[in-house]
Design a protein around this ligand. Structure first.
Ligand code: 8YV
Length: 335
């Protein structure tokens, strides 16, 4: 097994990029590497993905490319780096990559603020019925103001429970605090006392106990085997029927079927979802509900963010190709 410190061959590495990236990033990649782009952005089939792992020195996949064990065991000896364009790496079987001597990197940090902004937007949009109201107007159903019409729920003073207090969770907490929400969180371990003090945040070791007391719950943890269906039917039932739930992390963290059933039965007040368990499919029950705001996985979708992600991918590739440890190396143990 070759180590990351062993430089790649002197000639430019063959980099295969699975999806269309911002023009500036593609241009720079072409200057630096022998690069195969996907200019028409057609998602790669499983066969095409296998062909790519068999041919490339370096693969640049995105969230939509499933690099599971079955694909990775077919990788050629040349494949040494998977430089994921994205922070989440649940699309990659890290164990198999490690066993085959393939380094994996991601793009943390540069999408934190954008994702936290969308999270905050959903925290506001669902209780305040923003999309509901906009729809009424668009349909021509605004017949004039009334004191008891279009009433939602106040944000200020409510308890927000953040699941996963990493970079994004903390960025959500900072925003939410400015809106007068009380910050609570569940994480594998508490954040440093200085951060807790700054955010006036309360740590809950027990997720069950936190869920039962929150007005709004925000999912901000990665999807790993340990967080799959973390919000199971049993846990969702612990929440107050007046509570709202927001997910901008990964659909797999919530049992989507159970959530849809509970929202339909008014056992939960509403949900703001940017991610889905079987993306791009969305549970048809959710699509029919009024008390939900559904977005098409656009948490990090800003022009600036995509360029920053691309820059990170380039730095990871260049550092690796020069024989150094890339800055954003992902180890299974880190998750
Ligand atoms: C990205 C994301 O759009 O980075 C992530 O983990 O979920 C998204 O915000 C996507 O990953 C790009 O591959």
């Amino acid at each position: 097994m070759k180590s990351h410190t062993e430089p790649m061959p002197a000639k430019k590495p063959l980099v295969i990029v699975t999806r269309k990236l911002p023009d500036a990033i593609e241009t720079r990649m072409r200057e630096l590497f022998e690069t195969r782009l996907n200019v028409d952005d057609t998602p790669m089939s499983r066969e095409k993905l296998i062909e790519a792992v068999q041919t490339a020195d370096i693969l640049v996949p995105t969230v939509t490319d499933r690099l599971d064990a079955k694909v990775l065991v077919r990788a050629g000896d040349r494949l040494k780096l998977i430089a994921n364009f994205g922070a989440g790496v649940d699309n990659i079987d890290l164990e198999t990559a490690r066993a085959r001597g393939i380094t994996v990197t991601n793009t943390p940090g540069v999408l934190t603020d954008d994702t936290a902004d969308i999270t905050m937007a959903l925290i506001l949009a669902v209780p305040r019925r923003i999309v509901d109201g906009a729809d009424v107007l668009r349909k021509g159903d605004f017949k004039g103001w009334s004191p008891t019409w279009m009433l939602g729920h106040r944000i200020t003073g409510k308890r927000l429970g953040i699941i996963g207090m990493g970079r994004i969770g903390q960025a959500v907490a900072r925003r939410a605090k400015a809106f007068g929400l009380q910050i609570h969180y569940h994480n594998r371990k508490p954040v440093p006392p200085s951060v807790e003090t700054e955010l006036e945040a309360t740590y809950w070791d027990s997720l069950d106990q936190m869920l039962a007391r929150m007005d709004i719950v925000s999912v901000n943890c990665p999807h790993t085997p340990a967080t799959y269906h973390l919000l199971s039917a049993r846990r969702l039932k612990l929440m107050k029927p007046t509570a709202f739930i927001v997910n901008t992390a990964r659909g797999e963290v919530i049992d989507e079927n159970a959530l849809a059933r509970m929202l339909e039965a008014n056992e939960l007040a509403g949900a703001g979802l940017d991610v889905f368990e079987h993306e791009p499919a969305v549970n048809p029950k959710l699509l029919k509900l009024k008390n939900v705001v559904l977005l098409p996985h656009m948490g990090s979708a800003t022009m600036e963010g995509r360029v920053d992600m691309g820059e990170k991918v380039i730095i990871n590739i260049k550092t690796f190709a020069d024989g150094h440890r890339p800055p954003d190396r992902v180890l299974a143990a880190m998750l």
